[in-house]
Design a protein around this ligand. Structure first.
Ligand code: HEC
Ligand code: HEC
Length: 530
């Protein structure tokens, strides 16, 4: 059995050769919070997370598992550079893991190497322990163990602003990375945008800046999207900007476009996040892309339900066999295979239905609720117009079989980037009130051209509109993949939901579902087991 070069539950970096090198390269200037107050709040935060995550009957078991893992981890000094398939990583609900079609997860390739100037690697933000995303707890532990020196906290985009005092609060509390985007759109469309943009709330002082060429730069803050399960994508990046010119919308072109998009994405990540001076070589790029494409990640084991793949089809290995093409099971009837929409998009836990294990039975009920519970969907730009209401289910938008992203590139605005201060829709307000939103800049987009001219929108993230320049795209982003959720809290593109309880509370109010306490718990248990 092959082990990882280092092995902690996500608070990585202290022992790896490459990260030691990195640390020498990157020296942050100062921190917004003193180490002391940071430590106290970190410990409190962790304790709270721990408490809310576990009920007393399983707490003991969890502690034992955790200690076991840590002991095992520190004991395995035999540094190696592979992670065997389905290597388990601890999280608050159980263990997640990754299955690579390459046979093991090779931790030595360019994905794990510093290709830029600030010591960062792709792994800095895409952690194997977090289903190749980044949990806020992971960021907090790394801050704690490296005293804020991990390259994750590089000022360029790991701080709220690229200049001025370093403030890592958004990455620490919400796992958010600053994404600087240029207005007007610098993609294929050479027309000016249909809107003018101003920052009506600018808490950090860099919401809207002007670069040397006189172009406006908007700072939005987003969660690293997992670099796993990528074979199921229909859009790349929250706003689809990396799949804008080579879309992931047709089976015939899917493989080739996915490859090109991932290649361009790796170049952009190196030049951006890693502040590279030159793109990776062609060989490095192709290694990164084939590494990423081989991966599938999911929750493997639940503390109360046990193995999720033994008597059911959870886990990462089964996921890797799941067929997919863009548009599969499209809820709006555009499945190119001509198949009608099947709302039962998730079927991995049907075999748990009559289980005597109460947690297994609850997960199975949660899956049913996800597939069939009626939702009143209204005011979702991209899906509904005006005061239109449609009856749907969670799977209306999360329609890809057993993966849960939207199989068609149709970005939507479900309201997660609206601002409570400016919002007028009572359902969106009720939904947002369930969340623990961080302080983010708020932009006003005043439409001057096109069919929506004369209208103004308020949002913390203009979404696809910053790529297309179209007013009809304001606030719209892709429907996310729902596997490996337990490994990478918080949720939604801007980390506004601290946990899955908040996600479910949001939807319950947002789409007037009327779930009972039991139904909510079932749904949460199901999401935690993905
Ligand atoms: C500083 C953190 C950071 C680093 C370093 C980083 N990424 Fe990311 N990555 C992100 C964020 C944030 C997003 C989401 C951005 C968005 O949606 O606009 C993302 C998105 C992605 C996606 C899109 C996934 C999807 O579902 O659309 C891929 C692929 C990806 N990154 C690969 C890489 C690779 C390859 C590298 C190394 C060359 C890398 N990343 C380095 C933060 C990072
Ligand atoms: C109208 C379409 C729509 C419906 C209905 C819908 N979702 Fe979503 N869901 C989305 C979109 C779009 C996102 C991404 C939003 C964002 O990141 O801000 C999302 C994100 C999520 C996420 C966060 C994933 C992550 O990685 O952060 C979870 C969990 C989720 N949905 C669960 C559900 C559940 C459970 C239901 C049913 C109660 C549901 N969704 C119904 C469109 C929808």
């Amino acid at each position: 059995m092959l082990y990882k070069k280092r092995f902690e539950v996500g608070f990585d970096d202290s022992q790896s050769k490459s990260s030691r090198d990195r640390k020498n390269e990157f020296k942050p200037k100062e921190h917004a919070m003193s180490d002391n107050s940071r430590t106290v709040s970190l410990v409190r935060n962790l304790r709270e997370q721990f408490r809310s995550a576990v009920n007393s009957t399983i707490r003991k078991r969890l502690v034992v598992c955790f200690l076991g893992l840590v002991t095992l981890g520190t004991g395995s000094a035999i540094a190696d550079v592979y992670l065997h398939n389905l290597f388990p990583f601890f999280n608050f609900n159980g263990f997640s893991g990754t299955y690579s079609s390459a046979g093991s997860v090779d931790l030595s390739g360019p994905f794990f190497q510093s290709l830029g100037t600030n010591g960062r690697t792709c792994e800095t933000c895409h952690q194997p322990s977090d289903a190749f995303g980044l949990s806020a707890v992971n960021a907090q532990l790394r801050y704690f163990f490296t005293r804020g020196k991990d390259p994750l906290f590089a000022q360029f985009d790991g701080s709220t602003c690229p200049t001025g005092p370093i403030n890592n609060s958004l990455v620490l509390n919400n796992g958010l990375i600053r994404i600087p985007l240029t207005v007007p759109p610098n993609t294929t469309d050479s027309l000016p945008p249909q809107f003018t943009i101003t920052a009506v709330q600018d808490p950090y002082g860099c919401a809207l800046t002007t670069d040397a060429q006189g172009q406006q730069i908007v700072s939005v803050y987003r969660r690293p999207l997992p670099t796993t399960n990528l074979g199921f994508l229909s859009a790349m990046m929250f706003d689809g900007r990396e799949s804008f010119s080579l879309p992931l919308n047709k089976a015939q072109t899917f493989g080739a476009n996915l490859n090109s998009d991932l290649t361009q994405q790796a170049i952009d990540a190196t030049m951006g996040h890693a502040q590279g001076t030159q793109p990776p070589t062609a060989a490095q790029l192709s290694q990164i892309v084939s590494f990423e494409l081989a991966l599938n990640s999911a929750q493997l084991f639940d503390f109360a339900a046990g193995s999720l793949s033994k008597k059911a089809n959870g886990g990462a290995e089964y996921l890797s066999t799941q067929p997919y093409y863009p548009g599969i099971n499209d809820s709006l009837g555009a499945d190119p295979g001509g198949e009608g929409f099947n709302p039962n998009a998730f079927t991995i836990y049907t075999s748990f239905e009559n289980s005597r294990n109460p947690k297994q039975a609850s997960i199975a009920r949660g899956e049913q609720i996800f597939n069939t519970q009626p939702l009143t969907i209204s005011n979702v730009p991209g899906l509904t117009t005006g005061t239109q209401q449609i009856m749907g289910t969670c799977t209306t938008c999360h329609d890809t079989f057993n993966v849960g992203n939207h199989s068609f590139p149709l970005p939507l605005d479900i309201g997660t980037s609206r601002s409570l201060i400016y919002e007028t829709d009572p359902n969106i307000i009720a939904g947002l009130q369930q969340l623990q939103a961080p302080t983010l800049p708020v932009f006003e987009l005043a439409c001057t051209q096109g069919p929506l001219a004369g209208t103004s929108y308020y949002t913390t993230d203009p979404g696809k509109a910053l790529i297309s320049g179209q007013c009809s795209d304001i606030g719209r982003g892709k429907g996310l993949i729902l596997r490996g959720l337990s490994a990478r809290a918080p949720y939604f593109h801007n980390g506004v939901a601290a946990n899955l309880q908040q996600v479910v509370n949001f939807y319950n109010h947002r789409f007037q579902i009327g779930l009972t306490q039991q139904q909510m718990q079932d749904l949460i248990n199901f999401l935690e087991a993905l």
